[in-house]
Design a protein around this ligand. Sequence first.
Ligand SMILES: [Zn+2]
Ligand SMILES: [Zn+2]
Length: 363
Amino acid sequence: MTNLFITKGENLGEFSLEEGDKGFNTVLNEHPEVKTLFGRRDYYPETLTINGVNPLLHVMIEGIIENQLQSQSGVQDIYSKLQNEQNLTPHAARACIANVFLHHFSEVLIEHQPFDQETFVRRLSLIGTDVSKLNRNDRCPCGSGAKFKRCCSSYAESFIVSPLAGRMDLGHESYIFNTPVNIEDPLDPIFQLEARYQIAKYMESHQDLDGAVKVLKENIAQAETHQGGKYSENAWQDYIFFCQNHEQLDQEFLYASDHLISLTNDDEQKGNVICDKADFLAKKGDIETAETEYTNLFVSMPDYYFYRYRYALMLSVNDRDDDAIKVLTDLITIKEIDERTHREAFALLEILGVDTSALPNNL
Ligand SMILES: [Zn+2]
Ligand SMILES: [Zn+2]
């Protein structure tokens, strides 16, 4: 997509982008993940980009097309055709039109020309057409009568139809890791969850903690209803990591940790959260409660030796090296110990200044 930077409140010539704009609001309702960001936009720099994408501009541009659909029959025809012939969802069809618009509009801006609706609609008729093999001196297939090289030759990429056009793609980190497979809808909740995670990070980096808390809680609410709560634990974990980094959210951290501990059926996950919580308590000076958390964990999950290593780590961080060494030397004598725990325990012993060559090494 053409990189066009538009600052907040900037007027796009004849295209209205006001808060009460009909098209804008329609699209904002389709992209609820952006609502809180939009409401708090005054906290952020003029040019708001997240991993190279301006989410508000995304909504604005789609909103312009939405307005065109209400008033321009030529655009409406293309929109219907894309849905019927290319099997696109309404959102994707509109976004494919938006891609051409963005390119067309940036040319208009650069060349200081008025926006020519007829040329625009002619170009839209080429969406889905492969123009990459055309001869530059051919007549342009859009029907303008001009040579291709002087008309639509730079639009080849904008004419490519994508079923996921119009998704809010702000990064791949918490819910989406690669190009998503088997998802056909650009408004699939998984995209919204990932986008909110990225938006929360952006808010955090601009010291808007209230905004980030709000957005992460929106994710929790959505995750709990989507696909039987499949992503619920993920959403809680994101929130816990966030709270952990901000002292004013200490109580929230403890509350959210307890909630996740009660929520998860995955023993290892549960144990990890309990360790995190105990380490957090120790860091806050409450070593006694931290130790109780660990002791209870060893009773309820005796076979997870890694938690004993984490206990030793917590002790050493809190200036109790002798106790840590005792825990570790006991740990490495356990026959059933897993390789990872064994390796980490040895490494920590060495860091603590213990000569490990004399110790039993049963692996
Ligand atoms: Zn053309
Ligand atoms: Zn969109």
